[in-house]
Design a protein around this ligand. Structure first.
Ligand SMILES: [Zn+2]
Length: 209
């Protein structure tokens, strides 16, 4: 009788065990699918890594050092400086604070997905400077724009991980921060629309193959 009692008692206990095992499997499945889903979500690029940004800073520093010298009217790139302007900048390429925006978002509707990034003229200087002997527009020092550059997280080059192109954009934005406006020449990194077909010698493609 005792044995029978023990068997009848064990039946609900087995059912409870099965229930908890099923619950455990369900929880594990949820955790695993949740992990897989979040791993997929993380594959979408949301920022430039610390290492990538370091390489971009080197490329920007080297590029703008190479643009030192008197502006030459035959030089179609027209992105030269009369002085070693980058050595005067209080904000070096490696110091620039990177901020992000989303195209089409509230407050950013004026930027479409083609806008890769932006920075402000002379934002690399903590005080007013005269470049190439003349003052330019938007030359006032502004604490809100000083030493900052913005990148569009929705931009295709960024999402596709074309970091050599983002590196060229980094050089371009830092060019604005040094005081340069856009130029028309494909030989200059300061062309308004960088479609990745620039005829310029930057280290970006060797740094980000
Ligand atoms: Zn620009």
């Amino acid at each position: 009788m005792k044995t029978i009692n023990a068997q009848t008692n064990s039946r609900p206990s087995n059912a409870i065990s099965l229930f908890f095992i099923a619950l455990l499997v369900l929880v594990l499945a949820t955790v695993i699918f949740g992990y897989l889903f979040s791993a997929t979500a993380h594959a979408v690029r949301t920022r430039i890594s610390v290492d990538e940004r370091k390489l971009m800073s080197y490329a920007a520093r080297d590029y703008w050092h190479s643009r030192m010298g008197p502006p030459n009217k035959d030089d179609l790139s027209r992105d030269r400086f009369a002085t070693d302007i980058i050595s005067l900048a209080s904000c070096q390429p490696r110091n620039a604070k990177i901020l992000y925006f989303y195209s089409g978002g509230t407050g950013y509707k004026k930027y479409n997905s083609n806008t890769v990034g932006f920075a402000f003229i002379k934002a690399a200087f903590g005080k007013e400077v005269v470049l190439n002997g003349q003052a330019r527009e938007n030359t006032y020092y502004n604490a809100k724009t000083y030493c900052k550059m913005w990148f569009n997280r929705n931009n295709k080059a960024f999402q596709d991980g074309k970091m050599w192109l983002m590196c060229e954009i980094y050089i371009h934005e830092y060019g604005h921060m040094l005081g340069l406006n856009h130029v028309d020449s494909r030989q200059s990194v300061m062309i308004a629309s960088n479609d990745g077909k620039l005829d310029i010698n930057t280290r970006c493609k060797s740094l980000f193959p």
